[in-house]
Ligand binder design. Sequence first.
Ligand code: HH2
Length: 277
Amino acid sequence: MIIGSREFLFDGREPRAYAMGILNFTPDSFSDGGKFLDHEKALARALQMESEGADLIDIGAESTRPGSSPVSEEEEKRRLIPVLKKIVPELKIPISIDTQKASVAAAALEEGAAMINDVSALGDEEMAAVVSRHRVPIVLMHRKGVPATMQEHPVYEDVVRDVLSFLERKIRRAVDLGVDREKILIDPGFGFGKRFEDNLTLIKSLEALSVLKAPVVVGVSRKSFLKKIFGPEDGNLLIGGAAAATLAVKSRVSVIRTHDVAPIKAAIRLALSVEFS
Ligand code: HH2
């Protein structure tokens, strides 16, 4: 699959998995300093992740964590577009945009972004037209409910079956709306309307996603189920995230979305060495 100017090998013929560095351009992430400084900080962080071996950077301007509230289209663009103008010319690796809004995606793609990460999996169906017009890949993620309330009472009879049938339906819908099947990635959505035990079941069952014949992305970095195992301290969470990434890559996951690129690259290297030894 081509993302930006780079080729990503997702077909399993070669031992590959990739690290997607997270850059959250939300007020709580880059709160101190003036606007210019924020952009400088964001650029410095993106370049640091690139130097640590990130294969792509995922930029988000709307938090989707449990309990978070949506931001308006205007506010999301106001945050995102200036930072993209700053970062795109400086980065060699492609930039993905974490947004649920087609208009935000369109504006970001105009600025040189190369992929869309849609945690609502076409909650805004215009998104399909936007990605097909720009011929860029899209990540379709499973979630149950919306961020403000999704962790209140998530219940599944069979979480793996639910995730599979949801993603299968979303892939079909995307294709019906004109998205190139070869440009779809999928994500089981760790922490998005999932109980602790659901997240663990999903980690155990990641290989089951291969029936959908799309590269799998996972985001486990600093999620609350890891906090439950490792405690809230950053260092422990980082180690826990790397351990979870090792399991994920061993289960044929192609992209790990992470705040901690260097340890995740090490985890990927270890898992691939074992898997393809
Ligand atoms: N998780 C978050 C945001 N976007 N995208 C994908 N594809 N998969 C994920 O698991 C995922 C995601 C939430 O995590 P984070 O970016 O740390 O928080 P926030 O949404 O507050 O920026």
